[in-house]
Write a protein that binds this ligand. Sequence first.
Ligand code: NDP
Length: 230
Amino acid sequence: MKNKVVIVTGGARGIGKAVSKMLAEEEGTKVLAVAKHEKSLESLKEEASGIFGYTCDVTDSEQVKNLIHRVMEDFGRVDVLVNNAGIGVWETVEEMSEENWDLQLNTNLKGVFLLSKHVFPVMKEQGGGHILNVASDLAYTSREKTGAYCASKWGLLGLSGSLLKEGAPYNIKVSTVSPGLVQTDFGGVPAERKEEKGLKPETAAAHIVQALRTGEETGSVDIIVKPAQK
Ligand code: NDP
């Protein structure tokens, strides 16, 4: 991963932050951490050096187009795109507002579509690349109060399959990593409340970094990583 240019969306908090730090500190990667909020990038800068920060709302096509434009001006290439930004709102279908449905589908699925759409021509032009999508164990199963989230993550696996087929002729690799519960503030539940049952963000990040290496070799890898049932 040394010297590769890697975009990590949601790269300043939670799992994405652990990926950004691991790649920058242990692999010598040029990490471009993307956050919605400038505040997240500021606190990332306080605890890690050598990571480049960009703000972008992944649900907004103009902002995504501008992001890739800025990255190309700054670095001239994108070797890897880690689509990790995501959001979860736990409500039954009956309770769920249309706004919360749209928020989850737009962030977790449309955001991946937009980033991939704008990175694809760059990777084609440079002769290849790797797109890794962070899904969830809820991309393979369903529970109550996860309707929109499951729909977005099941959809993400479908999108990943199409990207894989469309990218193959251009040496664009596509992989997915699907974690179970991870100790982050995701879904409005503070990380401390997940300490007993969740994976550490660094464990999820290590599987993402490993998937980048394996997928580079094989063209694609799909990993599910879950904490032990307690
Ligand atoms: P966090 O809540 O800790 O971080 C979410 C990140 O997504 C933040 O960095 C946030 O940016 C970013 N983000 C949210 N919306 C947008 C947006 N519109 N535009 C740009 N960035 C956005 O979550 P996790 O680290 O836990 O989750 C990362 C991924 O892992 C998600 O896709 C999630 O679905 C998946 N996952 C998480 C699990 C868990 O238990 N934690 C389990 C399985 C999958 P900002 O910092 O600016 O707010």
